[in-house]
Design a binder for this molecule. Sequence first.
Ligand code: CP3
Length: 350
Amino acid sequence: MPQETEAAVKPFLEVLSGRKQPSPPIWMMRQAGRYLPEYREVRAKAGGFLDLCFTPEFAAEVTLQPIRRFAFDAAIIFSDILVVPYALGRAVRFEVGEGPRLDPLDTPEKIATLEPRADLGKLEPVFEALRLVRRELDPKIALIGFCGAPWTVATYMVAGQGTPDQAPARLMAYRHPEAFAGIIDALVDNSIDYLLGQLAAGADVLQIFDTWAGVLPPREFLRWSVEPTSRIVEGVRAKVPDAKIIGFPRGAGALLPAYVDATGVNAVSIDWAAEPTMIREKVQKRVAVQGNLDPLVLIAGGAALDRAIDDVLASYAGGRLIFNLGHGIQPETPIAHVEQMIRRVRAYRG
Ligand code: CP3
């Protein structure tokens, strides 16, 4: 590791380590993506989406694009949560305009054929991309590695595609809980190894994306979101005891404090529907929070955007806050609105 990397203070990591910053560090989920012309250019050169993810030079380049343009406090490695099913030997494709397609694991018999161990060699290009980014990145900027939470990844593996309500996975979990647990267990074990590989390749912090946590009733939420995520956190910390981990159980609502308690994450990403008093009292007193601007107000811009930014700051900047969106930035977002947001957040002193 280069000397300056160890010496430089990263404001993002300071917040995760318990030290609130006067101006909250800022980055955006999906900050590398189609709203940027320079991303669209590399994406066209790479061919398919997975070719982009698995060509280290391209993945490193698009990871760095939003850093060069906006000087965010964190870079997130460009990849996708579905590279883990790919490493488990599942067919994964991305159809233009349609999103991901996998061979569905829609019966217990098919689930029984799932390999328990992934071929992590298939993910070596992601590790290489992390090393390339690490070399280029200003030492004050944090590098985020990530994986999908087992529940969210399983929703795609069972349905074979994105679904509006994740009904195929929910039904599988009710009808055949043991078979479904087989998918979850394979994802837990291999996600631990994948995250440890990302730390070894230079990631400073890890985020676990549970985009579809909010569709589960409390009992199922504890079983399929909280419990597997806890095992991942524990598995990573068994090898790297001080690993910094951010959880994103989107839509967890009133169950967020239980998630924080049980998983032991250092921070949670919150969506824009979160209720500030509850978050401040039951979540932010214990861990840092990350969020939670509505990505649609970033499309709208103007006075509505300023007001929404001020609301996030007024709600959370008195404690440990990493400013972010409540979910990923959308492709139609004007770049000028992102600049407006960054100026306003950077001007804040609390
Ligand atoms: O945040 C970043 O900049 C890092 C890159 C990143 C991507 N996907 C790139 C991507 C991250 C962190 C993800 C995570 C991811 N992938 C999640 C969890 C977070 C979330 O946003 O909810 C999920 C559910 C996926 C699965 C996935 N990948 C879907 C449903 C789609 C299609 C939808 C879409 O936006 O097109 C993808 C494709 C994808 N992953 C794109 C990007 C930039 C768009 C593909 C393209 O450029 O053509």
